[in-house]
Design a protein around this ligand. Structure first.
Ligand code: PMP
Length: 340
């Protein structure tokens, strides 16, 4: 018998899949951890489970309670899946710039959605700060408790990757992994996986794949938090050193432009059957860069974060891509069809 008690037990233990083209191009074994196969279809299901379990263990949250979070979408989806399974409500504060698909998914799952204008973190009306204030108010009003999940600065996020993602990659590669690369939203995935892998092999290479508009490439290469340009990639791109990132040192930092991650993403979809979104393209491009640095024969792991369908109206929309200065592939202009 192989029966999971609830959907929570289906989070994690995702397959590690060899990426054909990236491996062929580099002479390395490049592996993608298929986080889009989680129940809420993203890497953030792990963080959601880690944060909610931690709050329950501390007695801050009980069934009937409310989980409040500021999120670009995937954490909200993860928290709502976890909350629904445990009989908790979710209130999700999301910048209005995020994709319609993620907002629709949140609504269909039953989350209460609060859309706010996208403003920087230093502004009091930033989505994270609005969520923190709403959580405080709801905690006073609601007998069963309300928490601010606080994914950026709550290390229960990073810890779940120390306990699960890192050890899984180590076990799945039989301890042969030479490098790990990830983009950063909160930093939980990169920092947590790095801690777990370095505990097992101190010289494992850890790399950040960052995007224009974020400040961490600059931070890790010059020590200064400086952002330039912008990116259409959702869910990643951090302007500060979150608590989850504190203490992290990386061996390599890469800055990946949108055109390159777009081509990598569409290649993974069309040539390898991997239904992934743009942050995955950033990760896999970063893995190829790390492979070139380390040389042939190495084993490098990265994260396949979430599905392309979460960005359908943007990723597969030539007009949208062109409006952002990107060159869509030819096949996107002429969708294939056949007379019946
Ligand atoms: N990719 C996507 C699509 C995401 O939504 C996120 C999380 N915001 C990440 C990558 C990065 O994960 P983390 O928050 O652990 O840095």
């Amino acid at each position: 018998m192989d029966i999971r008690d609830t959907v929570l037990a289906a989070i994690g233990n995702t397959p590690l899949i060899k990426l054909r083209r990236a491996s062929e191009e580099t002479g390395c074994t490049i592996l993608g951890k298929a986080e889009f196969m989680n129940p809420g279809h993203s890497v953030k299901d792990r963080a959601a489970l880690g944060i909610v379990t931690d709050a329950m263990d501390k007695g801050e949250l009980r069934p009937g309670g409310i989980i409040v979070e500021g999120t670009a979408g995937n954490t909200g989806i993860g928290l709502t899946v976890v909350g629904n399974a445990l009989g908790m409500q979710t209130v999700i504060v999301i910048p209005e710039t995020q994709s319609q698909e993620k907002k629709d998914t949140l609504r269909s799952l039953g989350a209460t959605l609060v859309e706010v204008p996208a403003v920087p973190y230093r502004n009091d009306n930033n989505y994270v700060k609005v969520a923190a204030r709403m959580a405080q108010r709801l905690a006073r009003e609601h007998a069963q408790g309300a928490i601010f999940a606080n994914q950026f600065d709550n290390v229960a996020n990073r810890d779940v990757h120390v306990r699960t993602t890192g050890p899984e990659i180590w076990a799945q590669t039989g301890g042969t992994v030479d490098g790990f690369v990830s983009a950063v939203g909160t930093g939980g995935t990169l920092a947590g996986t790095a801690i777990a892998l370095r505990e097992r092999r101190s010289d494992v290479a850890i790399a950040i794949a960052d995007i224009p508009g974020a400040a961490l490439y600059s931070y890790f290469t010059t020590g200064e938090l400086k952002a330039e340009g912008s990116s259409i990639t959702e869910g990643i791109g951090q302007g500060r050193v979150t608590t989850n990132l504190e203490g992290l040192e990386v061996d390599e930092a890469f800055l990946i432009q949108d055109q390159e991650s777009l081509e990598t993403t569409l290649g993974l979809i069309r040539d390898e059957g991997l239904n992934v979104g743009l942050s995955t393209g950033v990760n896999v491009t970063g893995a190829v860069r790390l492979a070139r640095k380390l040389g042939p024969g190495k084993t490098i792991a990265t994260i396949l974060c979430d599905p392309a369908t979460r960005y359908q109206s943007r990723l597969f929309n030539p007009e949208f891509l062109r409006s952002k200065g990107l060159v869509p592939p030819e096949w996107l202009e002429q969708p294939q069809s056949l007379e019946p």
